[in-house]
Design a protein around this ligand. Structure first.
Ligand SMILES: [Zn+2]
Length: 109
């Protein structure tokens, strides 16, 4: 598919497992773009709004540097610092498929 011709805001979906209850409540009886079935559907834009809201509620940016305590552990021991969290692109990718990425609560960019 040519990405430039793709108009995601015109597509509708019935199948986000995480949002299923909300889709049944707020959805309109239209044809699902993805599976072709008639039923409660919402726009991709609506799904994106839910994802954005979930991100704001459940994620925060982790520190790009070790804390003073972690610095001390690195200096005094063999502690190796690694930034907490998951890369943003990975979280968005896993979220958009099943929205099951929201059990994790950290994020880095
Ligand atoms: Zn569908």
């Amino acid at each position: 598919m040519n990405r430039n011709q793709c108009k995601p805001h015109t597509k509708r979906t019935c199948g986000e497992p995480f949002l299923r209850a909300q889709i049944e409540q707020t959805g309109e009886n239209r044809t699902c773009f993805y599976c072709g079935s008639e039923g409660d559907t919402v726009s991709i834009e609506w799904v994106a709004d839910q994802i954005e809201a979930a991100f704001e509620q459940h994620f925060y940016l982790t520190s790009t540097d070790p804390s003073p305590f972690e610095y001390a552990m690195m200096k005094e021991g063999d502690y190796e610092w690694d930034r907490d969290g998951d890369p943003v692109a990975e979280v968005i990718g896993s979220s958009a498929i099943g929205l099951d990425g929201f059990t994790r609560n950290t994020l880095r960019s």
